[in-house]
Design a protein around this ligand. Structure first.
Ligand SMILES: C[S@@+](CC[C@H](N)C(=O)[O-])C[C@H]1O[C@@H](n2cnc3c(N)ncnc32)[C@H](O)[C@@H]1O
Length: 400
C-alpha cells in the first residue's frame, strides 16, 4: 500500500499494532515476531509494530494485556524483550499482570512479576548511583553533605499522594498542620493539611501484629526504637511487652503535642527524640559520635513515617547495621508500598526483601487478611490501601 500521507501511514501503523494485539491474544509467537520486525519504512517508522502501543479505543490495553488475557508466556517474554512496558496500566488502572491474575494464568503473572522486580531493583540502583554522583559533585563544589531524598527517583511514597500535596515532600509535611479527630464510628484518625490520612485506627491489627513480631519473647528490659509516632498505636502495643528502654523518634510539632497530651513524656523508660530519623541516624555532623551514642542500639526497631518514599526507606535500611543490637535484633516497617495495586505491592515486597538482603538482613513475611471498610475513608482525599492482604515484614541480620 502506498503510504503517501501522514494520516495514511499513521493509520497503517495503528492497524499493524492492532494486528499484534490479535496475534498476542492468540499466542501466535511467529506472527508476533514478524509483526515486530522491520518491514516497509516510512519516515522514521521502519514498519515494525510497537510493543508498547496502548490503544485508547480499546480500553487502553497494549499487546502485553492481550497476551496476558490469552495466557501466552512466550509472547509475554517476546514483547518484554521488544520494548513492552511491564507496568503499563489500562484505562481502568489494571496492568497486564492484573489481567493474568484475574484469568488464573499464573505462569504469565510470574514472568511479569520477575520483570517488574528486575526493572524496579535496577532503577533503584541507578537512582541511588545518580544521587550519589550528584551529591559527590555538589560536595566538591560547596563541601555540603546533603542527604538526597531521591528527588529524581520514581517517588513511590510510603502512603500514596501526588506532587502538589504535602505527602510528596517531607519538609512541607513537617511544616504543615495535622488534625487529630474521630470519624463517624468514633475511630481515631490523623489527617494532613490536604485531608490525606497520616494514620488511622484501621491499622490497629497491623500495628498489634507488628509489635508482637518485634517484642514477643525478647529478654527482660529489652530496648526498642519506634520511628514515627502518629497515633501512638504501635507504641501502646509495644508498652504491653514492658521494654526497658522505649525510644520514639518524632519530628512533627502537632504529633509531639498529641504525644504529650497522652502523657508519653512521663512514661517510665520512654525517651522522646524530637526530630527526624535522618537527624539522629544520619547526622550531618557527629564527628565525636555523641548523637550515635545518645541514640544507642536496639533489640527491636519499627519504621513508619509519612511523606517519604522508597528511597528514604532504603536509606533507613542502610542505617540498620549501626542501630540493631546484634543478630537476634529484629526490624519491621509499615509496608504500604504501592498498596493500591496488588501486582505492584507484590513487586515491591520482593524489591524491599532484596534490598534488605543486600544490606545483610533476611526477611520473613507474615500475611494478614485485611478488610478495610469504606467508612474509614469518609472525608479522606485518597485511599492508600485497597488490598485484601497485608505482608508484615520481620528482618534480622544474617551473620555469616
Ligand atoms: C503513619 S504515622 C505513624 C503511625 C504509628 N505507627 C502508629 O502506630 O500510630 C507517621 C509518623 O511519622 C512521622 N514522620 C514523618 N516524617 C518523619 C521523619 N523524617 N522522621 C521521623 N518521623 C517522621 C509523622 O509526623 C507521623 O507522626
Amino acid at each position: 500500500m502506498p503510504l503517501d500521507s501522514d494520516a495514511t501511514w499513521l493509520a497503517h501503523r495503528v492497524e499493524h499494532n492492532r494486528a499484534l494485539y490479535r496475534a498476542a491474544y492468540e499466542g501466535n509467537v511467529d506472527l508476533c515476531k514478524k509483526l515486530l520486525s522491520p518491514s516497509e519504512s516510512f519516515g522514521d517508522w521502519d514498519g515494525s509494530a510497537d510493543a508498547w502501543y496502548a490503544d485508547e479505543d480499546m480500553l487502553g490495553w497494549d499487546a502485553l494485556h492481550y497476551a496476558a488475557d490469552g495466557g501466552h508466556v512466550d509472547v509475554i517474554r517476546l514483547l518484554l524483550k521488544s520494548g513492552a512496558i511491564w507496568n503499563a496500566i489500562d484505562s481502568l488502572g489494571f496492568t497486564a499482570a492484573d489481567v493474568a491474575w484475574s484469568r488464573n494464568h499464573t505462569a504469565c503473572y510470574e514472568v511479569l512479576f520477575q520483570e517488574g522486580v528486575r526493572q524496579s531493583f535496577l532503577l533503584n540502583v541507578i537512582t541511588r548511583r545518580a544521587d550519589f554522583e550528584s551529591n559527590e559533585e555538589e560536595n566538591a563544589v560547596n563541601d555540603l553533605a546533603v542527604h538526597s531524598h531521591g528527588e529524581d527517583s520514581d517517588h513511590l511514597t510510603l502512603k500514596s499522594g501526588s506532587h502538589n500535596e504535602v505527602t510528596y515532600s517531607n519538609t512541607d509535611f513537617l511544616q504543615s498542620r495535622l488534625t487529630f479527630s474521630q470519624d463517624s464510628h468514633g475511630q481515631w484518625r490523623c489527617l494532613d493539611k490536604d485531608n490525606n490520612m497520616v494514620m488511622a485506627e484501621w491499622e490497629n491489627e497491623i500495628m498489634l501484629a507488628s509489635a508482637k513480631a518485634l517484642c514477643e519473647g525478647q529478654q527482660e528490659g529489652f530496648s526498642v526504637l519506634n520511628v514515627g509516632f502518629g497515633l501512638g498505636i504501635i507504641d501502646e502495643a509495644i508498652q504491653t511487652y514492658k521494654p526497658g528502654r522505649h525510644v520514639i523518634i518524632e519530628p512533627h510539632t502537632d504529633a509531639l503535642a498529641f504525644m504529650r497530651q497522652l502523657g508519653w513524656d512521663n512514661r517510665p523508660g520512654v525517651e522522646i527524640f524530637e526530630g527526624t530519623w535522618e537527624q539522629f541516624l544520619m547526622p550531618e555532623n557527629d564527628d565525636d559520635g555523641a548523637i550515635a551514642m545518645r541514640l544507642g542500639d536496639f533489640d527491636a526497631i519499627y519504621f513508619d513515617t509519612y511523606s517519604q518514599d522508597y528511597a528514604d526507606l532504603r536509606a533507613f535500611f542502610e542505617c540498620l547495621p549501626n542501630v540493631l543490637s546484634g543478630p537476634d535484633a529484629r526490624f519491621s516497617f509499615f509496608h504500604g508500598l504501592a498498596a493500591t495495586n496488588q501486582f505492584f505491592y507484590h513487586v515491591y515486597t520482593r524489591v524491599a526483601e532484596l534490598d534488605l538482603r543486600d544490606i545483610g538482613l533476611e526477611t520473613e513475611w507474615t500475611t494478614l487478611p485485611m478488610n478495610v471498610e469504606e467508612v474509614v475513608w469518609e472525608g479522606v482525599k485518597r485511599k492508600y490501601w485497597t488490598l485484601d492482604q497485608y505482608f508484615l515484614p520481620l528482618s534480622k541480620m544474617q551473620l555469616l
